[in-house]
Design a binder for this molecule. Structure first.
Ligand SMILES: C[S@@+](CC[C@H](N)C(=O)[O-])C[C@H]1O[C@@H](n2cnc3c(N)ncnc32)[C@H](O)[C@@H]1O
Length: 262
């Protein structure tokens, strides 16, 4: 049914609830709903502020349809930069080893697995909900559970060519600046980065990576551009050679820290 303004009931409902992209969201809800009853229920959930991706159970990430749901971090479109950097770093290495750390539902690992068929791909996260979704999404690869890199099998020590990560990197004092969709529906442990600068997890990963990277391997970490100078300093302090790849949004960067070749 269409309203006087030309909108159908779903678009009107979503717009009234404050959804900026109401038409696009209505199309996505219709695409995934199994009948009118479910569509009505989903409209209520979305209007109440649940993330669209949690409601429909899917997110499109760089053309991949990934499972996601309540209790899990929804991959952000800005992380396509990290996905591309990871594939570039793997380059033409024969049978490379790739790990997504802090993987959530494993968007980067899934992207790498789809594009680098010869790569051995693994993903790891501390949260059992994230590990469950990652296991569904990463069809050709292994998923492990543990803090940082601690859940990885010992035989990967000094064997990994590329580690990529979107660790939590929001400083605790900046949490109130995030949209309610994130703070009300995604785990705090997926958002808050630790330390005054939000770089606690990223710094730990840089240190830990030195034990897991193969000679000449690299760890690539997404963060805010303002955090890059401090991350570069930490990388140098642990013996890695950092450089920064900037995203088009002017805020997102990937710090790539390379291990010595020998
Ligand atoms: C910002 S989310 C990123 C998830 C995914 N990489 C993405 O881009 O969608 C951070 C993830 O780190 C995980 N995490 C938080 N603390 C962790 C820790 N100490 N060790 C391992 N994973 C952790 C959370 O469970 C969450 O899934």
């Amino acid at each position: 049914m269409t309203s006087a303004g030309g909108d159908d009931w779903l678009t009107t409902r979503l717009r009234a609830a404050g959804c900026v992209f109401a038409e696009e969201e209505a199309a996505i809800l219709r695409r995934w709903a199994d009948g009118e009853a479910q569509l009505g229920q989903w409209a209520r959930q979305r209007a109440a502020g649940e993330p669209l991706e949690h409601v429909v159970g899917h997110v499109d990430f760089a053309g991949l349809e990934l499972a996601v749901g309540p209790g899990a971090f929804v991959p952000r479109q800005r992380s396509r930069l990290l996905a591309r950097v990871a594939v570039d770093l793997l380059g033409a290495r024969p049978a490379p080893v790739f790990v997504e750390a802090f993987c959530g539902v494993a968007p980067i690992a899934s992207y790498v697995a789809a594009r680098c068929r010869s790569a051995q791909v693994a993903a790891t996260d501390a949260d059992p909900v994230a590990v469950g979704f990652a296991s569904r999404n990463l069809i050709s690869g292994a998923v492990y559970r543990g803090a940082g890199l601690s859940g990885l099998p010992a035989e990967l020590r000094r064997e990994i060519d590329v580690i990529a990560a979107v660790p939590p990197y929001v400083p605790a004092q900046a949490l109130e600046l995030l949209p309610h969709e994130a703070t009300d529906h995604e785990p705090r442990s997926a958002l808050i980065g630790g330390g005054d600068d939000g770089l606690g997890h990223a710094s730990d990963l840089l240190r830990e990576a030195t034990e897991w990277l193969a000679p000449g391997g690299a760890v690539a970490i997404e963060m805010n551009a303002r955090q890059a100078p401090a991350a570069n300093e930490t990388a140098r302090a642990v013996g890695l050679r950092p450089r920064v790849v900037s995203g088009e949004d002017g805020q997102t960067v990937v710090v790539v820290a390379a291990a010595p070749r020998r």
